[in-house]
Design a protein around this ligand. Structure first.
Ligand SMILES: C[S@@+](CC[C@H](N)C(=O)[O-])C[C@H]1O[C@@H](n2cnc3c(N)ncnc32)[C@H](O)[C@@H]1O
Length: 197
């Protein structure tokens, strides 16, 4: 896959210049090895895909794999910052947050990425009726996310389930691992329902 190195980190990305076309955009937050993104991009050649990953080594690994589809870019960046400041308003059709770092210790929970202000930023970057799809193996994180989402007037919860077998999406590296362990997987889909909060 192609690594995206933005010209500047203080202005919104020029998505048409980056992808060379206008097409619906899906963004994978914390894309890890990029395998999910690569498979999805192969399924939907008419759409654009952007992975965000804060670990340099994982970005390098994702970008060194062969047979990369043309419609994917990966950027080494912190997702909360990038969603807020690098993505143009109403530019993303779907966000994925798949197996975010769980920070299970109570004293570390404030490091979790999903908070009310993060949902505000997701809401701003989504197109009308856009989706935010989340999966985690951590029940208490899942319940925390559901609570934050229920209190956000800009989203409707359109799907909640806890069945590892049920998904129309490619499996991520972590999902494969959790399935092998027989761990439960909790999923949530939010749809943007109002243009402003
Ligand atoms: C548990 S892994 C899951 C990776 C991948 N989504 C999967 O399911 O296989 C979480 C990934 O998110 C990345 N990550 C965590 N917090 C991040 C942040 N704030 N911004 C960007 N990447 C982040 C980590 O470096 C790691 O690669």
């Amino acid at each position: 896959m192609i690594e995206l190195i933005p010209e500047t980190y203080v202005a919104p990305l020029d998505l048409v210049a980056i992808f060379g076309r206008v097409a619906p955009l899906r963004v994978d937050l914390g894309c890890g090895d990029g395998s999910f993104l690569r498979e999805l991009a192969q399924r939907y050649p008419g759409q654009n895909f952007l992975g965000m990953e804060r670990l340099v080594g994982r970005v390098a690994k994702a970008c060194h794999k062969a047979a990369a589809p043309e419609n994917v870019r990966v950027v080494n960046v912190e997702s909360s910052y990038a969603v807020r400041y690098l993505l143009p308003e109403a530019s993303v059709e779907t966000f994925y947050l798949l197996f975010p770092d769980p920070w299970p210790k109570r004293r570390h929970r404030r490091r979790r990425i999903v908070r009310a202000d993060f949902l505000d930023a997701i809401h701003r970057a989504l197109t009308d009726d856009g989706f935010f799809r989340i999966a985690t193996d951590q029940l208490d994180y899942f319940e925390q996310i559901c609570g934050i989402a229920r209190n956000h007037s800009g989203f409707a919860i359109v799907d909640v389930n806890a069945s590892p077998a049920r998904t129309d999406l490619p499996l991520t590296k972590f999902e494969r691992r959790f399935r092998e362990l027989g761990a439960p997987i909790y999923r949530l889909a939010l749809r943007k329902i109002s243009p402003v909060r």
